[in-house]
Design a protein around this ligand. Structure first.
Ligand code: SF4
Length: 314
């Protein structure tokens, strides 16, 4: 089961030279994803009428309130960006993720400098840009990252796993069919085990109840628990356990001379000496060779297109 994810992206990342200084930002992650997702590029600062090039804007904290301020003109743009964010986000029909420009006063999901006034160059603290804050509030369950953090291989893997899983879940929900829900649930069993076994147990119960009495409420419950399950990146020890379970299932079929190689790969992963994706590639090969049909269908072994598995270049 596959579904192409929809991703809202800061337009200055690879799409158009809309930065305040007329620049475009190169992002190997966004470039690589272009073939595999449907991007919706947006520049909140252009949308509120700021041109290119434009004088810089900044976040200013005054007492309890945060404002979006343009020091050169003395304009307070807070209301404009709030109104734009609300109307844009409510107009989106479907979305599975966001990739936003790091540290921007509009798009930064973390690390944006917050100043005490329009002229001081030393910042008080760091926080979120206005558009990013509205995104995180409106879409707590989808995959959200900035382009900078996605250069970390583990974060990139979790982001893609979540993004494609959320898109598949949305696809299943839109079809409203118990067989499709059962198929989705079965194909995700190993993924669920790696992510969160408590939520997996809830999902098992919901699927059992839905097959007796299919109703919209149960499907919404499934989606809610699914989003809880996929929210947080699993610990590497959880991945190691699932990989070991796969090996244990196939152990009797693996040739004796290959067994030490597989043990070595697992040990290297446990010792944090090997990233997840090469281990997963090796497991996928094993399963293709020796696994049964159920195991071959597990999304855990191919949570997103294999072309994306290589570590992003800097
Ligand atoms: S960071 Fe956001 S607001 Fe700033 S140029 Fe990029 S898309 Fe536009």
């Amino acid at each position: 089961m596959s579904a192409k994810p929809t991703v809202v992206v800061s337009r200055c990342l690879e799409f158009a030279p809309v930065r305040y200084d007329g620049q475009i930002i190169e992002s190997p992650v966004v470039r690589r994803l272009k073939r595999f997702v449907k991007f919706v590029p947006i520049c909140p600062e252009m949308e509120i009428g700021l041109g290119v090039p434009r004088p810089k804007i900044r976040l200013v904290e005054n007492g309890q309130s945060l404002t979006l301020w343009q020091p050169s003109s003395g304009r307070d743009l807070t209301l404009k960006i709030r109104n734009f964010s609300r109307s844009f986000l409510t107009s989106l029909e479907e979305v599975d993720g966001f990739i936003l420009k790091s540290r921007s006063p509009s798009c930064g999901i973390r690390g944006t400098k917050i100043f005490s006034n329009g002229s001081d160059n030393s910042h008080l603290r760091r926080g979120q840009g206005f558009f990013a804050e509205a995104v995180l509030r409106a879409y707590p369950a989808v995959a959200i990252e900035d382009e900078d953090r996605l250069l970390d291989p583990d974060r990139f893997d979790h982001f893609l796993t979540k993004l494609f899983a959320v898109a598949r879940c949305r696809h299943v929900k839109s079809r409203i069919s118990v067989p499709l829900l059962n198929q989705f649930h079965t194909e995700n069993q190993l993924l669920y085990r790696a992510y969160n076994m408590t939520e997996q147990r809830y999902l098992n119960l919901i699927v059992q109840a839905a097959s007796r009495n299919p109703c919209e409420m149960l499907r919404s419950e499934y989606e809610r628990h699914f989003h809880h399950l996929i929210f947080k990146r699993p610990r590497y020890t959880s991945h190691a356990k699932v990989m070991e379970e796969i090996v244990a299932l196939l152990w009797h079929k693996i040739r004796s001379r290959d067994k030490p190689i597989i043990k070595r790969l697992l040990n290297r992963y446990r010792n944090r000496d090997l990233p997840l994706s090469p281990l997963r590639m090796a497991m996928r090969e094993l399963v293709l060779k020796f696994g049964d049909a159920d195991l071959k269908r597990q999304t855990y072994l191919k949570p997103y297109p294999v072309e994306l598995e290589l570590i992003p270049e800097r």
